[in-house]
Write a protein that binds this ligand. Structure first.
Ligand SMILES: *[C@@H]1O[C@H](CO)[C@@H](O)[C@H](O)[C@H]1NC(C)=O
Length: 170
């Protein structure tokens, strides 16, 4: 009898605590995003995928979110790609008014580990408050490490993709 009378207020306050926890989670904004994407090797330094591109397993990427108006980054999270070159990063908060990007961090392959400025990242929106109805999974564009020495057949390959440098005109 007494145990029961003691237990009830305890249960009630536990319930209140739990509700308060849920409420504060919503104040920050519902996060619950999964950022996913792929890392590949660009053996021809083409800046796009070719038929000799290969996904890289064991590569490390980082997610970075910076406020629109400058200032320090609000989030730094890292993940490593699986054997197929895919990574997954759980993000537990909304990042409204921030620019979030996935960046290359480390390649497991020394021959294909060059990080090209501006091509080493993919933007990914991490907010539900931008008017877009999107699921919690956010797909970032594939990003690539560049091979230091392009493969021998890259000339022909790029020509086939019709993007070889135009011959110089006199
Ligand atoms: C890639 O494409 C080029 C040009 O079409 C071709 O010569 C080459 O054999 C292809 N390489 C592979 C690995 O498929």
């Amino acid at each position: 009898m007494t145990r029961c009378m003691l237990a009830r207020p305890l249960l009630a306050s536990l319930l209140l605590l739990a509700l308060a926890g849920v409420a504060s989670a919503y104040e920050k904004g519902p996060g619950g995003f999964v950022v996913t994407g792929r890392v590949y090797c660009d053996p021809c330094r083409a800046g796009f995928e070719t038929n000799v591109s290969k996904n890289i397993g064991g590569a490390t990427v980082a997610v970075d979110c910076r406020p629109f108006n400058g200032g320090d980054s609000k989030l730094k999270a890292e993940a490593t790609t699986d054997q197929y070159g895919w990574y997954k990063i759980d993000i537990d908060q909304d990042h409204q008014e921030e620019i979030c990007e996935v960046l290359l961090a480390r390649s497991p392959d020394p021959a294909c580990s060059e990080i090209e400025e501006f091509r080493d990242r993919a933007r990914v929106p991490l907010t539900r408050n931008n008017g877009l109805k999107q699921q919690g999974t956010r797909y970032a564009n594939p990003i690539a490490f560049f091979r230091k020495e392009p493969l021998k057949d890259c000339g022909g390959i790029l020509q086939a993709y019709d993007l070889k440098d135009a011959p110089e005109t006199p």
